[in-house]
Design a protein around this ligand. Sequence first.
Ligand code: GLU
Length: 506
Amino acid sequence: MSKKVRVRFAPSPTGGLHLGGVRTVLYNYLFAKKHGGDFILRIEDTDQTRYVAGAEEYIFNCLQWTGLIPDESPAHAGKYGPYRQSERKPIYRQYAEQLVKDGHAYYAFDTPEELEKMRSDFKTEHNPSPQYDHTVRKKMRNSLSLTDAETKQLLDAGTRYVIRIKMPENETVSFTDMIRGEVSFDTSVVDDKVLLKADGMPTYHLAVVVDDYLMKITHAFRGEEWLPSAPVHVLLWKYLFGLNEMPQWAHLPLILGPNGKLSKRDGAKYGFPVFAMSWIDPKTNELTEGFKEKGFLPEAFINLLALLGWNDGTEQEIFTKEELIEKFSMDRVHSGGAKFDYEKAKWFNHEWIKKSEAGSLKSEVRSLFSTNGINVDDDNLLEKVIGLVKDRCTLLTDFVQQGSFFFQQPQQYDLDAIKPKWNDAKRKFFESFTEELNTIPEWKSAFIEDAFKKLAAIQNIKPGELQLPLRIMLVGGKFGPPVFEIAEILGAGETSARMNKTLSLL
Ligand code: GLU
């Protein structure tokens, strides 16, 4: 029987969640659901210097918003907890000690000053930033260069130390990446990474291997930036648990912005979101707007992320989450970087708004209205308005402009659009039309249009010339759905009041 699929998203809670991070969540989630497996959220918070208050809660909120809910997490523990690495601290030391005992790792007592000295002593033109590796380790203060007695003495005296992996010289380490196929590394060029820090916390390298093992992870998907660390992880697997136990790796392609790797700075520069949800840096109070607050639907967000690096081999671009679960496969993820295009992202959102039932958008739109000072009590009216204007909204925030005039009189009337062609005949037309409104047999757009056109014919004015003024009177500007449908929703009283108001301004 094959093992139950178990995948994990393992963020470090250091700030806003970049869209690349959400794509990693999504690919994990889709893979787990497709294979009837478990999706785990593990918080990798061993680097206390990078700890940021609120970042973990923010990650939870992002997962909640996107609907990519983990089966196991710090908030919903399964049987492999704790799910926060800082709470697992006592677990890691024994593995680091085991590696020392087996000759795959060593104690290093070097002080920051000694490390600094090594970097300057060994610096050459060809090697501008020397690493702690097999070429220098024997010249440093560690259990490989010292005698056993000296090492014991330092340990007994409580000298601060780290445990480093002893990278083998001239070995080739390889593994099969689910996206890239066979990948090989020469171990000689990899440094002796720290596995256990002086404060007893593991580094990412040790913790990721130990936790993936203990949590029975079968597939590990992470960003391409981790590929250079893969040889360290493969060796740790080999030394500690055996390569048969190692999860299958997939290193996901970078997401590219206008100039190389997409960064938060690109977002600020080009005016698009990079984080899933708005993030306020607690140190600087700087706000970075997220896709949610910008007006994206979570369905559109995950749809566009799915296609940043994957397609199903057809031209199809709009996918529901269920379709993605059915169609997703790692072997269709490209290895090359995926270019993020904000215009295309908005296209996805527009398609999703058009496709959504008006009723399902009500609560979002209602709260957007209320932030803009419009309180909507009439639920049916709200749904009707959403149905009427949604095709015109690319972002949810567009509903404010496209829909608020149904609930309050326009703040401004674009009279400049009417004035150049305004004349007495037109004024007369609108005055008579206002009076005639109560004779319209039924307050429905077709009847209103009919009465409007008949009166125009009687007064010998082309109805086309009257429609723009009517629109500006009802809406305030040159936008919105068909004007007689607007009048129908506004009702006869409000339609007449708005016409009269504009007439008094002209
Ligand atoms: N903690 C790592 C990060 O935040 C996770 C990498 C992994 O998934 O193994 O980037």
